[in-house]
Unconditional design. Structure first.
Lengths: 589, 432
């Protein structure tokens, strides 16, 4: 705590005004002392000797005159081994430990250590005495879950240092000294395995930011093939309530081909986090053979938890993501929902009586959203390795209308847009990503022009579908009708995917390429049907066969048999193949 | 002893302000006017200016009226004596029983630690096929009934309450028409459920600020009973009135509205109430069934819209029936796998066919020709509406499943239903 003192002068919702004596800084953490409890707050405006704070707790019971202490530090998180597998609230309070202390309910004013102090870690020194080091240089390593956790020179040490001493291999806790560094002036700094970093500052200890090009495989066909996400890229999932944003993120959090997943449950239902919480420890991560929980961190500030901590929660999450990126790992941050975060900003802006923008969101909404997504990125570290943070955020637009400020501001900055549509979710076409409205600026598993070629069928099919609503099937030519049937097939067996089927829920890139090539063959083929009924019935049968094979495990005899059967079934009807389709198929072999 | 203030500085709508010190945010006060005594709650502090929302409203308050701070936040009495009683939105008796002042508990308490929650696991039976079979209600679920005004939503609510096997019903009425209040009272009395019911009722004629207290009071009481091991069903009707009351206060206090006049924290306010639904691992539970009327039948209206983003699905009441489309119980898959082997298949299969029926209806209305298949669908849709959707149908889940097979057999050949052969062999009604 600093020498600055203060006293409460006003309370309005979760905003508390304080008159201060002494120096304070913007975003500094303060504690309001109410009936013996210290309530954490953050300074969000300074005006003369009065500051406004947002309080991370319920403000009931606060009185004018209550004393306030100042920490001198910005809101920060602890970084070090032991973050993986943890469940935190928006301020990095470990919720299971809190539960042990306070029982069923979250009592205000209880702040526990984020990293377990008592764990002993098996330390291997990397730097040797006499070495010259700077922030983020590796001093040693400890094994954490399936990873080699690198213990680095704290990012908060901005000088160049000489390693004066370093502990030999052995078991140490995160508060024990593992090295002593000395700056140019001869001052010594003992270093432990942990340090703190202010959440609202991006971690920037890398050599350079690279362009995101390598696909981040989600094992979701419509995403990986049609609207891919790159490692180090950003994407958003806007959609009306119940359209499937959370389910889509849950599936991604299980299947994404990355090292570490950080889930930020931001202002949504507590019940949804519980599913992840209870299921992840039971599920095996095929990449590491360990439980999924061991590659996951959950930051959970659900809708009934204090709103100001919700605003902080996405920063807490992204800071931990950047920390692991600094070890050369690929990290995926999933935030559900960024609209709740934006609303938290709106609530505070209203209390500060700032001039409101559209729908009362603050004028700085766009720049704050941009600043958050900018923390994603693939970077080259100083030792040549790369690491990435990919950010995917859901957006919950009011009335399901994408024209609202949060969706619009997000669309300006992200690299891919997975727009969920009410129409598709009502029709139980999951994932309800709209294939004609969504887009991606990244390269996926397949060549761009191959995908564009297939996409053309969806467009044309939709046009014919529209037309048929007016003129009926009778008034549609068989050629047009075939476009329609082909697009429906592509939709039903490739774009749609059953998240609750063990096999279909996650489709490897290899299998996607194979199935894409099969579908391209059908799309590009000409057929000879005597009438529309015959065509429809044939396509229905084909659809059923594909749906069946989608549920059969890849690279098994059962799969090969079903695959051969389908090929024979198609061969019987085909009369020719489009040249472009032939080239795509060839490229995929 | 608390100080009494006798100079009111400002009166705006239902909000007054006085100059006072040593007052806590959220503290209660008594305002004595010539019309009587009303409670008021502190909702803003700024130096020595204390703003209070007056439960009885600002009308008729004089600047010389007396304000006495009580030194505590809003609380409600708790205990078994509450059973069978009816109170107002500020916790005063509405029936002829005594006022309760013992064992006071705070309202609007902290939320449950997410790690202490469990995955919902038990179905609540209602005897309504559109719920039990198609969108199963689950213990600890939070679910609103979306409805246009004029629909029988309170009847539906009362019926579910009567049939659900719960230990306690807590009814929170907000802006309830007096007739509806009497309807609930009479129905629960006739059904013999009044003794296991506690009502907190704000009627349309009562002051608007009292409306704001109802969900918190009802849920605080429910939570205590749940912690004592009871399975509690909380009925909240109508949450749109609650939201409108918030809107009124927000506008009085010159908050910048976000959407159609509603305050920017509408989502958080609604969520903090709905999230009280819970299943305590080794104790009781709270299930919340609410009514959200949709002005102009518009789901994108801020109240139903924000509600949909919070709750675990919704029942869509339209034309006196629960619509299969638009209705959703997001927790149904937690329970409908362990009821009866044909539950999920009948649920999916019948809805798919019903969707096909709706398409056929549309084609018919546009004058397209009806094929033999279309004729089958028309027959099916008709039976489905009469024997499944009609709210007067009252059968247990198993009966509804049997009925489902009967309807299918009356309209289709087995292979036309898209159901698995294994199930057809087991359940398809044998011709007699
Ligand atoms: N891929 C899917 N497969 C099957 N059902 C799904 C799928 N996605 C969503 N659903 C269904 O839709 C429901 C709602 O999905 P979800 O919770 O993901 O919606 P949401 O967009 O996150 O809604 P909200 O904005 O209200 O949080 C689920 O409970 C489930 O019944
Ligand atoms: Mg969701």
């Amino acid at each position: 705590m600093t020498n600055t003192t203060g006293a409460v002068t006003g309370v309005n919702g979760n905003m508390v005004s304080v008159r201060v004596k002494g120096a304070v800084s913007m975003n500094e953490v303060a504690f309001i002392i109410v009936a013996g409890k210290h309530l954490k707050a953050e300074i969000i405006r300074v005006q003369g000797d009065t500051v406004q704070t947002q309080v991370f707790e319920m403000t009931k019971g606060i009185r004018v005159g209550d004393p306030v202490e100042f920490s001198g530090e910005m809101l920060a998180v602890e970084l070090g081994p032991g973050l993986l597998g943890k469940i935190y609230d928006g301020l990095q309070n470990p919720l299971p430990e809190v539960a042990k202390q306070t029982g069923y309910f979250l009592e205000p004013g209880v702040y526990l250590e984020a990293l377990t102090r008592s764990t002993k870690w098996a330390w291997t020194p990397v730097a040797s005495a006499g070495a010259r080091v700077e922030r983020a240089d590796v001093l040693g390593t400890v094994p954490e879950a399936a990873f080699v956790h690198q213990v680095m020179v704290p990012f908060t040490m901005f000088d160049t240092y000489t390693v004066k001493s370093i502990k030999p291999a052995g078991e140490y806790t995160i508060t024990e000294e593992v090295a002593v560094l000395e700056d140019g002036a001869g001052k010594s700094f003992p270093v432990t395995m942990m340090f703190e970093w202010p959440v609202k500052r991006a971690i920037d200890c890398y050599a350079e930011r690279l362009k995101p090009v390598e696909p981040m495989v989600t094992k979701n066909r419509i995403i990986d093939t049609f609207f891919p996400v790159a490692k180090g890229g950003t994407y958003c999932i806007p959609g009306p309530f119940g359209a499937g944003k959370t389910v889509l993120q849950q599936v991604t959090s299980r299947n994404a081909d990355v090292d570490i997943v950080i889930i930020a449950a931001c202002g949504e239902r507590a019940g949804e986090v519980v599913e992840t919480l209870k299921e992840f420890p039971e599920l095996i991560d095929p990449r590491t053979g360990k439980s999924l929980m061991e590659r996951t961190i959950i930051v959970c500030n659900t809708s009934s938890m204090p709103v100001a901590a919700r605003e902080a929660s996405v920063y807490t999450a992204v800071t931990m993501a950047e920390y692991y990126r600094q070890m050369g790992l690929d990290v995926l941050l999933l935030a559900d929902s960024t609209s709740r975060w934006a609303q938290a900003m709106r609530e505070m802006s209203g209390r500060l009586e700032e001039i409101p923008g559209e729908e009362a969101f603050p004028a700085y909404l766009e720049s704050v959203i941009a600043g958050f997504y900018e923390r994603a990125g693939i970077v080259r570290l100083r030792d040549g390795r790369t690491g990435s943070v990919t950010i995917g955020g859901t957006v919950s637009p009011a009335g399901g209308n994408f024209e609202e400020p949060v969706t619009q501001a997000t669309l300006k900055v992200v690299g891919a847009f997975h727009g969920l549509s009410r129409e598709r979710s009502d029709a139980r076409k999951y994932p309800a990503i709209h294939p004609l409205e969504s887009w991606s600026k990244y390269r996926g598993l397949m060549a761009v022009d191959s995908v564009a070629w297939a996409h053309r069928y969806l467009e044309r099919g939709a046009e014919v579908g529209q037309m048929m609503k007016v003129v009926g099937e009778e008034g549609t030519s068989i050629d047009d009708f075939l476009w329609y049937l082909k697009s429906e097939l592509l939709d039903a067996v490739y774009l749609q995917q059953n998240s609750f089927d063990v096999v279909d829920a996650s489709v490897s890139p290899e299998r996607q390429q194979a199935m894409f090539s099969r579908i391209v063959r059908v799309l590009g083929s000409s057929f000879d049907f005597k009438d529309k009924d015959a065509a429809r019935s044939w396509f229905n049968q084909l659809r059923q066969r594909y749906l069946d094979i989608n549920g059969i495990e890849w690279d098994t005899d059962a799969f090969r048999k079903a695959d051969a059967d389908i090929k024979a079934f198609i061969d019987e009807r085909v009369t020719g193949l489009d040249k472009k389709a032939a080239r795509i198929i060839e490229s995929l072999e | 002893m608390k100080k009494v203030y006798s100079r009111i500085e400002s009166i705006k709508g239902n909000v007054i302000s006085v100059r006072a010190t040593d007052v806590a945010y959220g503290e209660l006060a008594q305002v004595t006017t010539r019309f009587g005594v009303s409670l008021a709650e502190v909702n803003r502090l700024s130096d020595d200016i204390v703003s209070l929302q007056v439960f009885a409203g600002g009308r008729g308050i004089s600047t010389g009226d007396e304000v006495r701070f009580l030194g505590n936040p809003m609380r409600v009495a708790f205990g078994d004596e509450l059973m069978g009683r009816i109170f107002t939105g500020s916790g005063e008796p509405r029936d002829k029983g005594p006022a309760l002042h013992e064992n006071l508990i705070p309202i609007g308490g902290p939320s449950v630690n997410p790690v202490n929650r469990i995955i919902p696991r038990e179905m609540i039976r209602t005897g309504i096929p559109m719920i039990d079979l198609f969108n199963t209600l689950v213990k600890s679920q939070k679910l609103p009934i979306f409805s246009v005004s004029g629909e029988p939503y309170n009847e539906l609510l009362a019926r579910i309450a009567m049939q659900a096997e719960v230990d306690l019903i807590v009814l929170g009425g907000m802006g309830l028409k007096y007739d509806d209040y009497l309807f609930f009272k009479d129905t629960l009395e006739e059904g013999g459920s009044l003794q296991k019911t506690i009502m907190f009722v704000h009627t349309a004629a009562d002051p608007v600020v009292e409306c704001l207290m109802v969900p918190d009071i009802a849920l605080a009481v429910a939570e205590r009973f749940a912690l004592k091991g009871l399975n509690v069903l909380v009925l909240l009707t109508d949450m749109t009135n609650f939201a409108d009351a918030m809107k009124e206060i927000a506008i009085t206090q010159e908050q910048v509205p976000s959407n159609r006049g509603y305050p920017g924290d509408l989502y958080s306010q609604l969520a903090s109430r709905y999230e009280k639904a819970v299943d305590f691992a080794d104790s009781g539970s709270i299930t919340i069934l609410a009514v959200t009327t949709m002005p102009g039948d518009d789901v994108t209206h801020p109240v139903p819209d924000n509600t949909g983003y919070i709750t675990e699905g919704q029942f869509y009441l339209k034309g006196g029936r629960i619509e299969p489309f638009g209705s959703l119980s997001r927790l149904k898959q937690q329970v409908n796998g362990k009821t009866r082997a044909d539950h999920r298949a009948i649920m999916d299969g019948m809805i798919k066919l019903f969707a096909a029926y709706r398409d056929t209806l549309e084609k018919k209305s546009m004058g397209f020709q009806m094929s033999a298949w279309d004729q089958k669908l028309l027959k099916y849709g008709d039976l489905f509406e009469k024997e499944m959707m009609d709210l007067s149908v009252n059968i247990p889940l198993e009966g509804a499943l049997d009925k489902g097979w009967e309807i299918l057999a009356a309209c289709f050949e087995p292979q036309e239903t898209g159901l698995q052969t294994k199930l057809i062999d087991q359940f398809w009604p044998k011709k007699v």
